[in-house]
Ligand binder design. Sequence first.
Ligand code: GTP
Length: 597
Amino acid sequence: TDLAHIRNFSIVAHIDHGKSTLADRLIQLTGTVAERDMKAQMLDSMDIERERGITIKANTVRIEYPAKDGQTYILNLIDTPGHVDFAYEVSRSMQAVEGSLLVVDASQGVEAQTLANVYQAIDADHEIVPVLNKIDLPAADVQRVSEQIEDVIGIDASDAVQISAKTGLGIPEVLEAIVARLPAPKGDRDAPLKAMLVDSWYDSYLGVVVMIRVIDGVIRKGDQVKMMQTGAKYGIDKLAVLKPQMVDIKELGPGEIGILTASIKQVRDTKVGDTITHEKKPCAKPLPGFAPSVPVVFCGLFPVDSNDFEDLRDAIEKLALNDASFTYEMETSAALGFGFRCGFLGLLHLEVIRDRIEREYDIDLITTAPSVIYDVFMRDGSKIKLHNPADMPDMSLVDHIEEPRIKATILVPDEYLGDILKLCQDRRGVQLDLTYAGSRAMVVYDLPLNEVVFDFYDRLKSVTKGYASFDYQMIGYAADALVKMSILVNDEPVDALSMMVHRDRAETRGRAMVEKLKELIPRHMFKIPIQAAIGGRVIARETLSAMRKDVTAKCYGGDASRKRKLLDKQKAGKKKMRQFGKVEIPQEAFINALKMD
Ligand code: GTP
């Protein structure tokens, strides 16, 4: 295809502002998918994404659009995830396109993820077309939101396209704006092949599928290619475009986006940002490439039923095949038996993986407290990367501990500002900035990541009735007075509940934890002390009193079958319990004990 007739773009938006609905409309209006095959949110392929309405993996679709100028254009839309955990995927998808539609809900206005994502588009030198969505809603305020876009983001919104992705109003204008206002890609068809590896995933029929954007040259089926970073060589088995279903194609030229397969064994063998070139006639210089995304939140995943361990291993290995940013290693816990220590990009990523294991593989899981990576500096001068609080060395050997910190940007309506400042202060935040955009305040805080992985996002939403939005980026490590807090149930340490906390907050956390556990652990035939301790020092203690009567006692004497029924019932209830010494703790206790108010 002629370069002048190609437009490559992405859609940036805050969650729920209508990105997927708009993408569906563009696909529908151009007849890319036959009406009968149209299902809501075409691009969100995974069930979980569909259910939660969030887009996780970057997807792409090629649309053919006959424009008003009489020419047919090829529009390649790369869909990007909206959630903060996947910011990295956003940034790399942006490198593969020249422009962005900035979708803002005209009844809500600019939110934290709008900002984070649009700055990435600006960094990637995109031409940006503002699109005001949901103008069908009575609360839509085009004037106010346009001004906000100009004030806060600093781009001209006077010619924003006004649409309702729901009713279809304004969609033809969006297509025309893409053609008229976004630039065509540049590239040299006669130069040696230079293509960017944009994304890769595992497909159960095709194996590893690689998404590419051709910069220069032409790639054809059967070509021998080389990945310039990894040095690996492959023959191209299949070349296709996504409409969004795969349609084979003979070649891809400059400016084009498509997928290839080449007997690549694992997703891990492909490096996002790598340069693909011809083995025989390589290009002179590779693309700059990207730093890999690294997991920042860790937790243990253990099967509730220890017989499920092999199934869990199988599930985790399969999921990791398709997700290079999810890491795992085997872990043994005195309390929980065999399981895995897993690394995630953030809490949402953790939740998504945990849900998939439980649902798609039908394994009940115990998830331990999420933790970040601490740098533990030892007195002997060595340094340990601590992924698991249970591995914390004896404090007497430790010189100091550093923890990761983030720069958090929060947008919130005025009336909740006080609550937000208090929340950030309580979480050891240091205020960096406070500005106003209309009736909304924008606060920037330096916060310990560890205080955010617990339930910061939930708290933020609840104190502001859902009106605050939040985004963050890692900024580095800093030392603080951190200690390991252990939880003892009936004098047995429950390793899965140990956590790193700030010394000043240890007592409050410890107290809250033992009080919660007292509620959550069912009574036994004996008294159970529940304690929180730092080193050998107990900082909080509760006692769970003994149950008064045997449960079977009320089945009076003789009726053996009734008695058995009752015991069977108890046994079923026990499936979700784990044994700690003489004590049984239900699975919910672990999850709920870690939610702090
Ligand atoms: P993520 O995939 O989570 O990033 O969300 P999204 O930005 O893709 O939002 P989505 O398209 O899923 O839309 C969010 C909600 O807004 C859905 O319930 C849509 O039906 C609704 N919605 C989208 N566009 C419009 C619109 O123009 N008008 C109205 N009234 N509702 C809309």
